[in-house]
Write a protein that binds this ligand. Structure first.
Ligand code: GTP
Ligand code: MG
Ligand code: ZN
Ligand code: ZN
Length: 265
């Protein structure tokens, strides 16, 4: 009996992964970077998207995953954010075929970031790829500091972990040290974050339709990010430039601006 069950699960995941690859390929063609946002019910996923997207300089889209209702999509649309609602009517996670249907029904073009808010649940969303480039896990201090120990898969699969509602810590017993110890491999999480930034930079360069890319700004003082971006961009045929004589941070940027000012007379 158990053997049969296991085979069925393998089949479900193989079919799902196949569709997820297709969805990711479709989004790549459109120059869109996809973020699978996971977290417990009420952790603050929609609120974070509302606050984050209004501060992003690039085009953003949202797909909302909920068992029922379009409350979250309506919240985002009210802020002028294009949002598409998926209702699973019972299922407690999004899967790739649901995403496939959604992306083909959306007007996506010209690059940007697609945030996919998964169904509020710390368990099975982590098991299913939905065509995303990265998985972002939102955990709130109100969820409790034991969550990495109880829901290890979500923490293992996450490329980025965001700790939310920190304004409430004075009123709670959230133990940050215990929480961080439970995030099993902080080094792996940090590496995952670096790789996510590199993928985002490559996707942005591809969407911009340019052949030359200059990597500058304080973030490129990070050697891992600089060498990773340079390597991935060069592999795709981009000519890559970065700061050599002056540092990449504010000083170098100011010098560049002054030079541009001189050129313009
Ligand atoms: N104090 C505080 N409250 C927050 C914060 N972020 C979100 N909230 C509140 O938490 C509640 C739930 O927020 P949502 O953004 O709807 O949570 P969600 O994760 O999208 O919820 P579901 O979609 O139902 O899973 C709301 O009342 C928010 O105002 C925060 O940083 N601090
Ligand atoms: Mg929500
Ligand atoms: Zn589920
Ligand atoms: Zn398709």
């Amino acid at each position: 009996m158990h053997v049969v069950k296991k085979d069925v699960m393998v089949d479900i995941h193989a079919e799902n992964d196949h569709v997820a690859e297709h969805v990711n390929g479709y989004l790549s063609e459109k120059g869109i970077f996809a973020v699978n946002l996971m977290g417990a019910p009420g952790a603050g996923k929609t609120t974070t998207l509302e606050r984050l997207i209004s501060r992003l300089p690039c085009k953003s889209y949202v797909i909302e995953g909920d068992i029922e209702s379009d409350i979250d999509a309506a919240r985002l649309r009210q802020q002028g954010i294009p949002a598409y609602q998926i209702n699973t009517f019972g299922a407690c996670h999004l899967d790739a075929p649901l995403l496939h249907n959604a992306v083909h029904n959306m007007a996506l073009d010209g690059g940007g970031i697609l945030f996919i808010e998964n169904v509020g649940n710390l368990v099975c969303p982590a098991e299913f790829s939905i065509g995303e480039d990265i998985k972002m896990l939102l955990v709130s201090v109100t969820d409790g500091s034991d969550k990495p120990y109880k829901y290890p898969l979500a923490f293992e699969k996450a490329d980025v972990i965001l700790l939310n509602k920190i304004d409430l810590t004075p009123y709670l017993d959230f133990d940050e040290g215990f929480f961080m110890e439970g995030v099993r491999d902080p080094e792996a999480a940090a590496l995952g974050f670096h790789q996510a930034v590199i993928r985002l930079a490559v996707r942005a360069a591809e969407a911009a339709g340019v052949r030359q890319v200059a990597l500058s700004g304080g973030v490129f003082a990070n050697r891992l990010l600089l060498s990773g971006c340079e390597e991935q961009l060069a592999r795709r045929g981009f000519a890559v430039y970065y700061n050599r004589a002056v540092p990449p941070g504010d000083g170098g940027l100011c010098l560049g601006q002054a030079y541009l000012g001189l050129l313009k007379g």
